[in-house]
Structures are given as structure tokens and as C-alpha cells.
Design a protein around this ligand. Sequence first.
Ligand code: ADP
Ligand code: MG
Length: 356
Amino acid sequence: MPMTSAVKSSFLTLCVSMVLLLLMLSACTRPGNDIYKQQVFAFGTVVEVSIWGLDQQQARQVVAELMSGFEYLNRTLHPRQGGSLARINELLPHGADFSASPAVLPLIKQSTDLSRKSDYLFNPAIGSLVRLWQFDQMPEEGLKPPPAHAIQSLVDMNMTMENLQIKGISMRSDVKELLLDFGAIGKGFAVDKAIEQLKDMGVDNAIVNAGGDLRAIGQPGDRKWKVAVRHPRQQGMIASLDIAGDESVFTSGDYERFYEYQGQRYHHILDPRTGYPATDVMSVTVIHHDATTADAAATALFVAGPEQWHRVAKAMGIKWVMLVDKDMRVHMNPAMAQRISFTGKPPEKLILSDVL
Ligand code: ADP
Ligand code: MG
């Protein structure tokens, strides 16, 4: 009997989870290396936790604690299935007041602030548009772009977080089409929560790395943490960075989730002004103190593109940016240029901006 796509994708998820469980069980402190590393599967990606300064047994217990936090947030922030955000998305179209889960309200408030600062280029109120493009259904075969008129009618509604009325824990939406999607910030939020949890457990030196997006605290002994920035078009990395202290490095890329239709590539970062995937950029990397802001900013600057990233970064309080545009030109502010080391030969076209 042929499998339905839903069954196929649950089966795939099960297989991936089993493989990752095995990986997790086999995690260990590598010989000759005092950094404990363990990989777990969360947020649709491999999350690697690195801890320095604990013995293996303590570190393993710490990671087990983090796992339950990841699972909880993964459920809570899913836009369609089973958790608090899914419930909010079911209630928003009714236009009446309801009580929003305290698990999601702080993120709604922080997102509203970041969305405003980004000139609404980071816009978690475009959940209906994300759904229309079916990026929330991937991996799936046979996806194709939605009809232009359907995109345009959602764009014309100009939905933003300002359409939400929030008083205490009570909220409602002015627009019945508005749905929330925290795909652009949820990973950052979860990484911040994990770092908070680590600090509460007395862990001072660690990295939580969710598929290349990470926050680091402390340092491994007298060294610095070295982190890699992925090349947007080739296997491997484009550059590396030294991190010490408490900093996050987040990259948004057009290679993370995309489908091809009639020879054209449609990726998952949408320009809320047009309703189509943002053009002109392949990846944006930002460094910032907290991961939530870094995640939202990487998405916003991706949408802002080579002409407007500097203005938006300033408004969002971001001090380090690297943007790789569609022609492989690398744009950076001078402070970022001082910190980054390119792997292999440096980019042919490097464009330095004014200071941020
Ligand atoms: P990644 O970390 O996967 O590279 P991002 O952090 O940039 O991606 O988030 C992309 C996701 O955010 C999309 O899959 C979608 O759910 C949502 N999204 C897409 N465009 C926007 C936007 N302009 N503002 C807010 N969220 C967006
Ligand atoms: Mg993001």
C-alpha cells in the first residue's frame, strides 16, 4: 500500500530520531580534548552542546536536562501542531479575546519590539504567507509557488504585530487572516533558554550550537571558542570566528530550506513587502549578545539586502554583520572585518561599510 505523505514524513522523522539517538548515546569526550560534546536532535536540526570544565557524567546529566527544555519549546512554538502557539493560531482568526499561554507571551512581546526596530522586515505576523508558500510543510516533494493573486491579497493586508491587541494575558487580533510564525526567532529563543538553564546549573563554559547557530558562554580553559560560518554555496565553511565571553553567532541562509520549481529556486525567507522570497542575498551572519535578537536580526538583514542592511542593523543595535550577496560579494562593517578569518582564499569582492 502506498504511504501517504504524512505517514512518509513521520516515518522519516522516526528514522532520523533513531539515528540521532544512537549518535547521542555514542557522544563522548574526545580523547585528548577536555571539551565534552554531545549531539541531540531538536528544532528539526542537530543541536550540539559543548561543555568545558565538567566531568563526563556531570556533563551528560546537564545535557539531559537541556533536552527536556528543547522538547518543550519545540512543541510550544510549533505553529500548527499541538502546543501553545498552535492553539493561539487556532484562536486568532475568531477575532475575540482569549488568554494566551504565558509560555509564548514573552516571545510575542520581544518579537513585537524587534519587528518594529527592523522596520517590520522581521515580521512574525506573516504566518499565513509562510503557510501559503508551504515552507512549514517541508520536506515534501512537488511543492510549487502559490498563485500571485493569493500572495498579493495577503501582502495588501499589511499584517504586523501591531494588529495584535494584548492586555495582560488576554489577546486578540484585528485581522482574521493573521497567524503567527516564530520560525525566524524560535531557535534563538530556545538557545537563550538553554544558556540560562546552563548558567542556573552552574555551567560557566559552554556552547549551544543549533545547526550552526549558537551562543557561547565563558571559554574552554585559556583558549577561545572557535566557531565556523558555513559557505552559502559550497560544502564546508567560508570563515571562522573567535568567541570569548557571552556572545551569539546566527546565520540566515537561502540554502537552509528551499524547493525548486521549473528551474527556479524558492527559499524560505520571505520579504513581507512583496510576499516572495527575498532576492539579492545568499547569507547573513550576525554576532550579538543574546541569541533571540541575533536570530531575528539575521532574518531581518537578509530581507533588507545589500542596500539597506546597515540602516536596519543600526536600528536593531547590531554591531557585527557579514552579508554575502547573490553575486558572492561580501559586505561587512569594519568591526566584523577585524574579527573574521576567511577559510581558503579571501573573497574576491569585499565591501566595507561605515562603522555600525
Ligand atoms: P534559518 O535559521 O532556517 O536560516 P531564519 O531564522 O531566517 O532561517 O527563519 C526563516 C523562517 O522564518 C521561515 O522558515 C519562516 O518560518 C519564517 N519567516 C520567513 N520570512 C520571515 C520574515 N520576513 N519575518 C519573520 N519570519 C519569517
Ligand atoms: Mg532568524
